[in-house]
Design a protein. Structure first.
Lengths: 112, 110
């Protein structure tokens, strides 16, 4: 079991460029999540998907879009990157009964 | 709105010096309180889930406890490898999303 995997691990973008962060889980979980983590701000929820075919906004959705491609995969897209989106992005999936979340290793994104 | 506050923000201990980290929460209908460990450059690693006041969970040198307003993560005789940021999160009501605190950065000196 690989758990939750994320690609890429690092990315540098210029303002206005677009990119998609990929996430996949092999634990057969229904719910998946995208967070960003900034110094002093903790983990903030961007979007989540409670099940295949559904997505909902979290605390900080502006500037992002998501796609739940199938039960395994949940991608995060930045259409026009801004320096304020410089952050570490984590994907997670949630155990259906226990409710604990398991996290990927993160993507470190810098927007110049 | 759910709120989670962790204290202290940072804690430095000598190896073997026991202490506790605090997580205070305000939620409407707690369904679970979660503790995570996060090492630099890595994703959070799940440690414990607590569901009701009075519950305790242990793992090696760590023990988590829960009251109606707060949770404590007790660290007994810590070692340098326990150095990490410890995160607390809550799940409430019918939500499918966790609310995280900002974490406590623990440093254990040899």
């Amino acid at each position: 079991n690989a758990g939750v995997t994320q690609t890429p691990k690092f990315q540098v973008l210029k303002t206005g460029q677009s990119m998609t962060l990929q996430c996949a889980q092999d634990m057969n979980h229904n719910s998946m999540y995208w967070y960003r983590q900034d110094p002093g701000m903790g983990l903030r929820l961007i979007y989540y998907s409670a099940s295949e075919g559904t997505t909902d906004k979290g605390e900080v959705p502006n500037g992002y879009n998501v796609s739940r491609l199938n039960k395994r995969e949940f991608s995060l897209r930045l259409e026009s990157a801004a320096p304020s989106q410089t952050s570490v992005y984590f994907c997670a999936s949630m155990v259906d009964r226990g409710n604990e979340q398991y996290f990927g290793p993160g993507t470190r994104l810098t927007v110049t | 709105e759910d709120q989670v506050t962790q204290s202290p923000e940072a804690l430095r201990l000598q190896e073997g010096e026991s202490s506790s980290l605090n997580c205070s929460y305000t939620v409407s209908g707690l369904r679970g309180l979660f503790w995570y460990r996060q090492d630099p450059g890595k994703g959070p690693e799940f440690l414990f889930t607590l569901y009701s006041a009075g519950e305790e969970k242990e793992k090696e040198r760590l023990k988590a406890t829960l009251t109606k307003k707060e949770s404590f993560l007790h660290i007994t005789a810590p070692k340098p490898e326990d150095s990490a940021t410890y995160l607390c999160a809550v799940l409430s009501g019918s939500a499918r999303q966790l609310t995280f605190g900002s974490g406590t950065q623990l440093t254990v000196l040899p």
